[in-house]
Design a protein around this ligand. Structure first.
Ligand code: NAD
Length: 482
């Protein structure tokens, strides 16, 4: 997190992006310069031009060199060309630089910006590398596709601790965790468990857990009930857009992507190509990203100056077209004029909205605690079989012939529901069946020999998952109805 305040310049890498990117970056850098930000800027080219030159990642090796040197990236939005196998630069950058935490403050600026939630001030802390975004997908039969939801202990410890450290640094009072652990007992269950393990280290901060569906409903209805919310990747992706929009506009929100070594700061919106080159776009989202960057690199004084001047500009009713309200706003301005208005207010504070005061606490980096290795025991294997007739009993009759050598068929499931033995006649089956063989003191060789016997029966194995106990506890779930 933040390093101590320094009077020396900090090298940063800047990308001006596509569409409205160059205009809002120009406006943002103008304000930072006028505010006295101590920055040494290296400019890189990423995005559309790079993609269209034949580079499907949208970023050149020389740009990676700059990012690895400066470790701080201020990025304007880019356009990802449709089709053509172009990879999202955001996802690539997050994964390559290990940016595990995505932070999105969602604040309403009532009565100056229209919103249904006048006192909203929520920060979404989203895990950025795991969950369904691991992108591990398989076709397991003619009918079925699968995606793996990956939640790890180190990944979750990092994001939960980051959420609490963020709350401490910004004097936040409460951290809430959203999961769906009533259904996803192992993956979301681990996330919730680690939240409960780490939270006592922050006794001054209130903590709570919500099931994500009712939590999301409450967030959309009563956002003032929340402060910092930490959640796995997919829920965070969806709910941070919802939170930004209900605060007033996605155009006002910035975000940071934080890793152990590098960090990236940006607006949450895209490159809005239709607005490009017209001096219309609101640079506030990118400016909010830049303010998060200033706090991150320890230039607390400049961050406060810029944010307070920006709040004052909002209050003075000097608004770009997207937030301009007839009768309430005072002056409709373009991108450049808005930046000049903010720069002219540097040194001033808002009168109605609360002025900001950031603290320069340095976070303590705690190593992830070493844990004793669990005792692992192989107890069986799930074998996925494509069975085009879709009738579980006939599959059971056939595959039972592979029983033996300490392993026997215990159940067959379809889409997570037990369909043999004693399946419910109403359960609909696809062609992808999971056959669970169990035994005691099973060896890997026995599992391989079982697969050989199944193959000898001319059954098509799509994939297998070994079943293990960890310290005597099952490292797999039971099927519904098992
Ligand atoms: P978008 O966010 O670019 O624009 C949606 C609409 O929101 C615009 O038409 C405009 O009316 C409004 N808007 C957005 N930002 C604004 C601003 N600063 N000021 C005023 N109005 C603003 O979303 P999109 O149209 O779905 O995507 C356009 C391109 O941006 C796509 O190529 C997409 O891949 C890319 N994108 C990039 C990023 C990023 O680089 N981080 C994020 C999202 C989308």
């Amino acid at each position: 997190m933040a390093t101590p305040t320094s009077a020396t310049s900090t090298p940063i890498t800047v990308a001006h992006g596509d569409g409205i990117g160059p205009e809002i970056m120009g406006a943002t850098l103008h304000i930072l310069k006028e505010a006295g930000a101590r920055l040494e800027i290296e400019t890189i080219e990423v995005g559309e031009k790079v993609y269209l030159s034949g580079n499907t990642s949208g970023i050149l090796p020389s740009a990676w060199e700059s990012l690895r040197r400066t470790k701080v990236f201020l990025k304007a939005p880019i356009t990802t060309p449709q089709g053509g196998g172009y990879k999202s630069l955001n996802v690539t950058t997050r994964k390559m630089l290990g940016l595990y935490a995505n932070i999105r403050p969602c604040v309403s600026y009532y009565p100056f910006v229209r919103t249904k939630h006048p006192v909203m001030d929520v920060v979404i802390v989203r895990e950025n590398e795991e969950d369904l975004y691991a992108g591990i997908e398989y076709q397991t039969s003619t009918d079925e596709m699968q995606a793996l939801k990956v939640i790890t202990r180190p990944g979750t410890e990092k994001i939960v601790r980051y959420g609490f450290e963020y709350a401490r640094q910004y004097n936040r009072k409460k951290v809430t965790c959203f999961t769906k652990d009533n259904i996803l007992k192992m993956t979301d269950g681990l996330f919730h468990k680690i939240f409960d393990e780490i939270s006592p280290e922050y006794p001054e901060i209130e903590k709570e857990h919500w099931i994500v569906d009712i939590g999301a409903a409450k967030l959309a209805d009563t956002p003032e009930a929340f402060d910092v919310i930490v959640m796995p990747n997919l829920y965070g992706d969806v709910l941070s857009d919802v939170a930004a929009q209900i605060a007033g506009s996605v155009g006002l929100a910035g975000s940071s992507n934080i890793g152990d070594q590098c960090a990236m700061f940006e607006a949450i919106h895209g490159s809005a190509p239709r607005r490009a080159g017209q001096n219309m776009a609101n640079p506030s989202g990118l400016l909010q990203g830049a303010i998060l960057m200033l706090v991150h690199i320890g230039q607390i004084d400049i961050a406060e100056r810029v944010q307070n001047a920006w709040l004052r500009t909002m209050e003075d009713g000097i608004h770009t077209y997207d937030i301009f309200t007839e009768g309430k706003s005072k002056q409709k301005v373009g991108t450049k004029e808005f930046a000049e208005a903010v720069a002219a207010r540097l040194g001033q504070k808002p009168e109605t909205l609360k002025a900001v005061h950031y603290s320069a606490k340095t976070s303590v980096k705690r190593p992830i605690a070493a844990r004793p290795s669990p005792k692992k025991e192989l107890v069986g294997v799930d074998v996925y079989i494509e069975w085009p007739t879709r009738i579980a009993t006939t599959l059971a009759e056939k595959i039972k012939a592979a029983d033996g050598d300490g392993l026997s068929l215990e159940m067959i499931a379809n889409r997570g529901v037990k369909v043999w033995p004693d399946g419910s006649p109403e359960t609909f089956c696809t062609d992808a069946f999971r056959c669970r063989f169990m035994g005691t003191g099973v060896t890997p060789k026995q599992v391989i020999a079982l697969q050989q016997r199944i193959a000898d029966l001319a059954l098509e194995i799509a994939m297998t998952e070994n079943l293990r106990n960890y310290d005597g506890k099952a490292g797999f779930t039971l099927a519904q109805g098992q």
